[in-house]
Design a protein around this ligand. Structure first.
Ligand SMILES: Cc1cc2nc3c(=O)[nH]c(=O)nc-3n(C[C@H](O)[C@H](O)[C@H](O)COP(=O)(O)OP(=O)(O)OC[C@H]3O[C@@H](n4cnc5c(N)ncnc54)[C@H](O)[C@@H]3O)c2cc1C
Length: 476
């Protein structure tokens, strides 16, 4: 039995009194992540300031057999960084950039470094960190690794997995392991690849070695404006099929455009459009104009009313701000928001978007679409009132139907937000029981006692030898 107050006292000895939260009222903000539909009550939250403190805390939790959940900035969109009755290990005070090597183009960072802070630190060297989730002003590199995060520019440059060379991790039993290498060579099985995207279930990243990318010589940002989502989807398919690889190719539908334009993030999007494409091309100056002209022609042929090119960096930044803050802008529309995340083959965009419209009408819900069109990563956003049980039931029914439609189109249930709690029920849409059982066995290699982020990713019923998510035996 673990006595909560005694454990809190022992953790306080490690991290100091300002590094522990123990009263339920203080813990309220740690009950959810960026998906407010889930709420779980941690027993304690601890915020180490240094790697040594973090290691000492994890070893104490191992000694006491206490389950824990790592947490970065809490911007996750799958209900990942939360659980009942656990110790939440907050990593947001571990914010040191340990080194930047501009020659090797590598950086080593602590897990709580905010994504955009790394790019800012690399800017004087003409470098940047390429994966750019729309939440990059808040989310942490540790959280990006755990979710294998993507972002608009991952279409051309690849997702987190393609930019992480090595991770030093502490396993739930307190052992420290080095996965991957700064040189990029991996001997034996690719355990780094297994850790990236493991959603906090394999241990905690203590430091991360990432590749930095050179800033492109030239950039062109285009805004194409359409009177139908179908036309914008057709233009997307044409551009991808042409062989041009834009740095980013994002779509927003009419409802999203109007929410953004009514907010403080207004970007000058045409409010009477039913869809826009935000297309960015980058690379060497030579040849870029020819690609811009081809894209303008393809958009016009698909039915674009106009294609505008950002005149300068400030107009480009404004266009991107509208896109990256679109989820926030939807806060004006409804009290709760589900941001869904599925991937489909890009050629299926028009019919899957039509299927989503049909589902929304039948279930009497409002779906706004803002997504990474270039890589077929859909984000249907459903605004609703969680205090209305009937509406909530229709939202859940619609989400399952949307996921099933994406899977039926040859797609899958998550592109970048992870499984967390939100997609547990959908895992059986794409994996057999045997595959899920194999995932349980892999997880046991890292966490034989099932204490790291319990109850996430693999439905517990699939883990034949697990009898349920482990719980600490707390005494008051
Ligand atoms: C407005 C908005 C826009 C977004 N846009 C994108 C986008 O474009 N692309 C995208 O991929 N995602 C996006 N997201 C989702 C989210 O920002 C990412 O999943 C991000 O990677 C989460 O980082 P975080 O630091 O907030 O992690 P958290 O939410 O705190 O945690 C996420 C998961 O990572 C685990 N974890 C956190 N730190 C560590 C660590 N050091 N070691 C091991 N496990 C850890 C947690 O246990 C949890 O399972 C968006 C979210 C919002 C709110």
């Amino acid at each position: 039995m673990t006595h909560a107050a005694d454990l809190a006292d022992r953790i306080t000895e490690i991290v100091g009194p300002r590094g522990v939260l123990r009263r339920p009222g203080e813990l309220v903000v740690y009950r959810s992540d960026g998906l407010p539909g889930y709420s779980k009550q941690p027993r304690l939250a601890v915020f180490p300031r240094t790697r040594d403190e973090l290691v000492a805390v994890v070893r104490l939790l191992a000694e006491q057999s206490v389950p824990f959940v790592p947490r970065g900035a809490g911007t996750g969109l799958s209900g990942g960084a939360l659980a009942d009755d656990v110790v939440l290990v907050g990593l947001n005070r571990l914010t040191r950039i340990l080194s930047i090597d501009p020659v090797e183009r590598l950086a080593v960072v602590e897990p709580g470094v905010v994504n955009v802070a790394l790019t800012r630190a690399a800017t004087p060297y003409g470098l940047h960190y390429a994966p750019d989730p729309s939440s990059q002003a808040a989310c942490t590199i540790g959280g990006n690794v755990a979710e294998n995060a993507g972002g608009p520019h991952c279409l051309k440059y690849g997702v987190t997995l393609n930019h992480v060379r090595a991770v030093t991790a502490i396993l739930p039993d307190g052992e420290i392991v080095r996965l991957g290498s700064a040189e990029g060579e991996v001997d034996g099985y690719d355990l780094l690849g297994a850790f990236i995207g493991s959603e906090g279930c394999f241990g905690i990243a203590l430091d991360v070695t990432v590749r930095l990318s050179p800033n492109p010589q030239a950039i062109r940002t285009l805004l194409a404006d359409f009177t139908s989502v179908d036309a914008a989807a057709r233009a997307t398919s044409e551009i991808i099929a042409s062989g041009i690889v834009p740095a980013a190719l994002e779509m927003m539908d009419g409802a999203t455009i109007r929410a953004v334009e009514a907010s403080i993030y207004a970007a000058g999007y045409p409010v009477d459009a039913e869809a826009i494409l935000l297309i960015e091309l980058d690379g060497l100056e030579a040849g870029l104009e020819a690609d811009v002209a081809r894209i303008e022609r393809m958009c016009a042929a698909a039915g674009a009313r106009s294609v505008r090119i950002a005149r300068d960096e400030s107009e480009r930044a404004r266009l991107w701000q509208g896109r990256k803050k679109a989820f926030g802008a939807m806060g004006r529309v409804s009290s709760h928001l589900v941001v869904q995340d599925a991937v489909i083959p890009r050629t299926r965009l028009p019919d899957v978007l039509a299927a989503i419209r049909e589902i929304a009408e039948r279930q009497r819900i409002t779906v706004c679409n803002v997504f990474h069109a270039g890589d077929g990563n859909l984000h249907p956003n459903i605004g609703y009132d969680a205090n209305n049980p009937d509406e909530q039931a229709r939202v859940h029914a619609a989400m399952r139907e949307i996921m099933s439609a994406c899977v039926a189109a040859g797609g899958t249930i998550t592109g970048e937000h992870g499984v967390g709690l939100d997609k547990l029920d959908y895992m059986s849409l794409i994996f057999s029981e045997d595959s899920l059982a194999a995932m349980c066995r892999l997880r046991e290699v890292f966490d034989p006692d099932h204490r790291a982020n319990p109850g996430k990713v693999v439905p517990v019923h699939s883990c034949r030898e697990w009898h349920g998510a482990p719980k600490a035996a707390w005494t008051a």
